[in-house]
Design a protein. Structure first.
Length: 435
């Protein structure tokens, strides 16, 4: 940090982050270079100038041993420690006088490709830091400065992640067709994902009450031998929307609601009386059922922001001890013609990466718009499985289907509000679609 009018140290880096490309076992190293600048407001006596690049790894989590005994896994290490000595007083001299102004010292180091990338979690922390020290004479305080270094990893050698659109099309019990389209399946922090959900009712009386999408992060901690396992998931970002009626739709809904209430009290109630009753209901702001009745094709749009704070979201991460993956989970809440509530959950694997390599526009290029990315291969889910399988079945069938390149079915959770019973199972209410 620059301190105007005072003696200080600055770090001028040729690249803000270290980006390692490829898995830990086959990633090449990355050159890390820059300049250490000693900015002096006045002449001073100097005994030495040193700098160190140091990494710190701390892993600490609880896990259940044999499912009963709670144990703690703890590990601390220093992945890298590289030192530079730019100046040391010699030839019998105890110190040297440096003039006021900028004194520049270039540095470089090849960062090994097998080192763990930076991660910030309550139970797993890997960080890297530059620290420089200017030693002065006598009782004068030394000048020090530190600078964090972020180490990121692209999990393919060339960084060419898939950036095609996500498209899910399905039908629920021959009563509701729906289509979900998101503009990309690979994201960098700070991106905004656009999603359009389109619904086509196949019977009368279907009511859409809420739609949403969330980005979930899944962390799996383990030892190199696969022991001491801890699994954690969290919602990194989410957005929901309740469809709203407007204009004529609101008036028609008020009429239907008034007629429904009056029919139960007086069967001979006329349409004209219902209309006047609806007007009175609208004037008094009588609440209607949430959402909208689906009479024809309807679309809802959502915008999901990808967090930039590393405390909220990590990149995809695979190391000897930590694995981090991500999924988009779409939710659709609706009522059937009998008034029962249902919820559909659709889960799709996505990637969160530090940089997306675009061969046309360079490594810092933005994600393509939907108009362009929709030309790429889409992720689609064409059929529904009415009986959600167990977790083991999902994993086994997913691997088999991936081997034969066949589509994976969507599982749904359906909650009946009238009976307060749920037909969903936590491990089988989602579909996992390979990215």
């Amino acid at each position: 940090m620059t301190k105007s009018g005072s003696n200080h140290l600055e770090f001028e880096l040729d690249q803000p982050d270290i980006v390692l490309r490829g898995m830990v076992d086959d990633a090449q190293g990355a050159m890390f270079s820059g300049r250490l600048v000693v900015d002096l407001a006045e002449p001073i006596r100097v005994k030495g100038l040193k700098m160190v690049l140091e990494g710190h790894e701390r892993l600490d989590w609880e896990y259940h041993n044999d499912g009963v005994i709670s144990s703690v896994f703890h590990r601390e290490s220093t992945p890298i420690s590289h030192k530079w000595t730019f100046f040391a007083a010699g030839d019998g001299k105890k110190a040297e006088t440096w003039s006021a102004g900028r004194h520049v010292f270039p540095f470089s180091v090849v960062f090994p490709g097998n080192l763990p990338e930076s991660i910030t979690l309550p139970y797993a922390n890997v960080s890297y830091q530059l620290r420089a020290t200017l030693r002065r004479t006598g009782f004068m305080a030394n000048i020090t400065s530190t600078h964090p270094v972020s180490v990121k990893r692209d999990l393919t050698v060339d960084g060419s992640f898939g950036t095609g659109a996500i498209s899910v099309e399905n039908c629920w019990r021959d009563k509701l067709d729906f289509c979900i389209v998101s503009d990309a399946d690979t994201f960098t922090p700070g991106d905004t994902m656009s999603t359009r959900l389109t619904f086509q009712p196949l019977v009368k009386g279907m009511r859409l009450t809420k739609v949403g999408v969330m980005l979930k992060e899944y962390v799996r901690c383990h030892t190199q031998t696969g022991d001491a396992i801890k699994t954690v998931s969290r919602v990194a970002s989410s957005v929901e929307a309740v469809p709203r009626m407007r204009g004529r739709e609101l008036e028609d809904a008020a009429i239907r609601e008034s007629m429904r209430e009056s029919a139960s009290a007086a069967p001979a109630y006329s349409a004209r009386q219902a209309s006047s009753g609806a007007n009175r209901a609208a004037d008094k702001n009588v609440p209607l059922l949430p959402g909208i009745e689906l009479t024809d094709a309807t679309s809802e749009c959502l915008q999901l922001s990808i967090p930039t704070d590393p405390k909220r979201l990590q990149y995809d991460h695979i190391s000897s001890y930590i694995e981090v993956t991500h999924k988009l989970k779409y939710s659709i809440y609706f009522r059937d013609p009998e008034g029962r509530s249902h919820t559909l959950w659709i889960s799709v694997s996505v990637s969160v990466v530090p940089v997306i390599l675009d061969t046309t526009h360079g490594p810092r290029a933005e994600l393509p718009t939907y108009a362009h990315s929709s030309m790429d291969a889409k992720i689609s889910v064409p059929t529904l499985d009415p009986s959600p399988p167990t977790y083991d079945t999902v994993i086994t069938e997913s691997l088999e289907r991936a081997a034969y390149d066949t589509p994976i079915s969507v599982e749904m959770s359906s909650t009946n509000s009238a009976s307060s019973s749920s037909t969903s199972i936590h491990s089988g209410d989602d579909v996992v679609v390979p990215a």
